[in-house]
Design a protein around this ligand. Structure first.
Ligand SMILES: [Zn+2]
Ligand SMILES: [Zn+2]
Length: 135
């Protein structure tokens, strides 16, 4: 049974996640800024095998940056969907921006805060902060 469902902006790619997120992190790194068009990404970590594409498998493309893990996006609309090396990795980061339902959980950590932009202000949300990768 789907715990969560997600899609890209054009709706071509749809997926479901069948397990709850183990944790949620906001990443402020340079890569996440470039790919998101914003201050970074907010992602839930889940076992890769709990993610099931239900439409648009042919639209899904991945990009391996020189640093960091593979990022996966819709080749039609550019929406970023997964990080952390999907589908080969044991765990995948699912972008909360792709979820259909409002996600009720809280952010557990802010990572790569060394890459905060001058125009970014971290919320006073009690979440742990890490200079680079989280624990
Ligand atoms: Zn799309
Ligand atoms: Zn990042």
């Amino acid at each position: 049974m789907a715990e969560l469902t997600g899609s890209c902006l054009c709706g071509g790619v749809r997926f479901e996640v069948t397990e709850p997120f183990e944790r949620v992190a906001a990443c402020h790194c340079e890569s996440c800024k470039k790919l998101s068009g914003a201050g970074g990404t907010v992602s839930g970590r889940v076992r890769t095998e709990a993610i099931h594409l239900i439409a648009g498998e042919d639209l899904v493309k991945s990009f391996q940056p020189t640093e960091g893990s593979t990022k996966t996006f819709c080749s039609t609309c550019g929406s970023n969907l997964f990080g952390a090396g999907w589908p080969e990795s044991e765990h995948t980061s699912v972008r909360l921006s792709a979820l259909e339902e409002p996600y009720e959980g809280r952010i557990g950590s802010h990572i790569f805060v060394r890459s905060l932009a001058p125009w970014e202000v971290l919320p006073d949300d009690g979440a742990e902060r890490f200079e680079v990768r989280g624990a």
